[in-house]
Write a protein that binds this ligand. Sequence first.
Ligand code: GN1
Ligand code: MG
Length: 356
Amino acid sequence: MNTPDTQKLIQIAECFALEGKITGIKPLGNGLINDTFLVSTDGPDNYVLQRINNAIFRDVELLQHNIECATAHIRKKGRKTLTFLPCKQSGKTYWTDGQTYWRVSVFIKDSYTYETIDPKYSYLAGKTFGDFEALLADIPDTLGETIPDFHNMELRARQLHEAVEADAAGRMAEPEVKEILAALLPFEEEMCKAEVLYRQGILPKRICHCDTKVNNMLFDAEGNIVCVIDLDTLMPSFVFSDFGDFLRSAANTVAEDDPDTAKVDFKMDIFEAFAKGYIEGTKSFLTPIEKENLPYAACLFPYMQAVRFFTDYINGDTYYKIKYPEHNLVRTRNQLALFRAAYAKVPQMKAIIEGA
Ligand code: GN1
Ligand code: MG
């Protein structure tokens, strides 16, 4: 879908109850799913306008319900969070023309996101995402899964098998595709452990962020964490989501699409610092079964992401935005390398978790 022109974007932004007159509008950030714009005004605030990818978030009503409940709950506790504006006409926090869906939030001034992280910030991140879960642990509202079974490894594995079966883009003929498939399959059952524990009734679902990337934390100019952003995937999930997905991006020595897999490694200093912060942040609720499986979570997320990128490659790149034809294959190789690196370090991870 093409980006509407500036005039149209301004018209959409003006459907929301913003203060002041719009003075400019330009693209913002590098998300793989939604399209994001910065709206400048002559009023006290600037705003973030976002087109919600409703092919992925099919239930926008539920999506915004989750976000409204969570942000209200966090604000009630005196903590900073995102603020979404009501649409002037409907009072809802989104506007739609029946085909596209848009929302506006207040741009948090003098705030920054980072793409890389050191042990100090990693500890802070563990504490922040742990706190975030703790803040939402007593939310009275019922939240739903904005993407049903988002981090369900059994489903992701099934989707891979279906993609292989359908071979929609004819890519199964590529020798490397066969090799990657053969490398992934032996770990499938082991990586589906969370769903098994859940069915046994010994692993709970909690309200999690489910996209705990380094760049989903907002810092101020002094390097203090302001708040957690990108709340689209906020939903009931296993705590493994927030623990594992953070390390997937933060503990990787390179970016998730770096083609040089020889450079991929899983940084244990980042793991150790993050685990320390996370265990502190979640001490009010984390159960022994959750805690002892944190090393599994650190392996699960590179694995799941490799499966997801690979599935998308086989399907002909229908889900993730790509910049070149092999992008999803490059991402797959990278995440598989990260999985292998993490898997080899599980004994070290266990020792750290036991000591924490
Ligand atoms: C997507 O949109 P972004 O970049 O925050 C994806 C995550 C993946 C990530 C991989 C809704 O997140 O699950 O881990 O790409 N979000 C969705 O870069 O699928
Ligand atoms: Mg995101």
